[in-house]
Design a binder for this molecule. Sequence first.
Ligand code: ADP
Length: 460
Amino acid sequence: MDNITYHSNKISDSSRAALMGQHGCVLWFTGLSGSGKSTVACETEKMLFESGIKTFLLDGDNLRFGLNSDLGFSKEDRDENIRRIAETAKLMAQAGLTVLVSAISPYEKQRERAREIISPAAAFVEVFVDAPAEVCMQRDPKGLYKKALSGEIKEFTGVSSPYEAPECPDLHLETAKSDVYECAKAVFDYHSFLQSADSLMRVLTETAVNAGEKINEIYSRGYSVDYKSDNSPITDADRAADAYINAVLAEKYPDFARLSEESADDPKRRENDFCFIIDPLDGTREFVDRNGEFTVNIGLSHCGRAIAGVVFIPVTGDLYYAFTGRGAYRVSAKNAYTVFCQNDRVFVSDKTDKITVMHSRSSLDEKTKALIEKNRDRISKAIPCGSSIKGCLIAAGKAESYYRFAGTYEWDTCAMQAVAECAGGVFLQCDLTPMRYNRADTFNAKGFVIANMRENIWII
Ligand code: ADP
């Protein structure tokens, strides 16, 4: 890589998307041989094509005749096979196409790598094409199981080589239960949703800003503070913002579930793939202390992943928002703004030395303190700050990491996670596993860390 510099071109991804009339995206079909990847991918492509979407299908088997003809089926070769497919799909998605990839991609790590390669540039949708191994063997459309079982083919996934089922797929299709059309339609519908990000983001940003105005009004006129059963404070501002946000989202997105810090939890939300995760006033302690460091958070989770988020800071008027595959943005809500304007995009920094660490103002835990102490020589500043502002500052390249070993709740992190990840950052629980949303237990017991890059995650 020495002596190579990246040459940027004069056409932005968004101008290209405007000309194409669509946003590039990768639909990645993974599953056992015979599970139905190619069949469903072909049917999905036909539906997309007929609705005017520009598509291209990359079939793992077909690519082995050309691009990947030098690769075999060892673990290393399979990894390289997937890396090349991911890089190819990324380029095509950057060109504006909806790319359908059909490849067994048996290892979770490979697929996570593919997501890392693709998702800063375009939405990555992991589609788990799931059928029991016995069903796949029975179908055996290419006669490969027969050969694998007799030993004629070595290292065959599901027979003599492992398949790691996705832990959190964006879509889960059960091809032994639903027919080809139903499976393809589910992918088609999610693709349509992704393409409609502009209207969703207009609603979410406007709602967060309006809720922020209600909060500001109460902030300036004075309020009484009550305490909930867990001793955390609540004010009329929390209640007013909560009522407003829930009313708007219930009207505009009646089919999506909602989970809010200040509303009764409806367990039915777990049956819905989509769930808004709302903290109408994150940082009530800061609000009560009158230091301005509080936010309105509206996140959206899909099948457990934080895919979109808005964080609004009422006192400064700064608005951060993000949508999977489209990037993270910051605007001043005091001026009129258009969503997804390229000039407003924010990116994490690439600093690994003398970094700025954010930490909680109101509840700095002992573990975080110890971690900051231990890494003093790598830190230039450790800044206390309230609410989701910390994650947003990392997204905007103004800080590099934020540790919090103490517990929080889903509504404290969902929107901020979407913003940090879409800006190119990393968000993990403190045991380095991914954070999931719309769970039965909404408490984030493991803590979390946000960083501009993996190198800046120093878990002890
Ligand atoms: P893969 O690409 O995963 O190896 P294929 O798509 O080549 O699998 O083969 C799947 C086989 O299963 C085909 O013969 C297809 O007709 C059959 N099949 C039955 N039901 C379904 C379904 N719901 N979705 C996809 N394929 C199905």
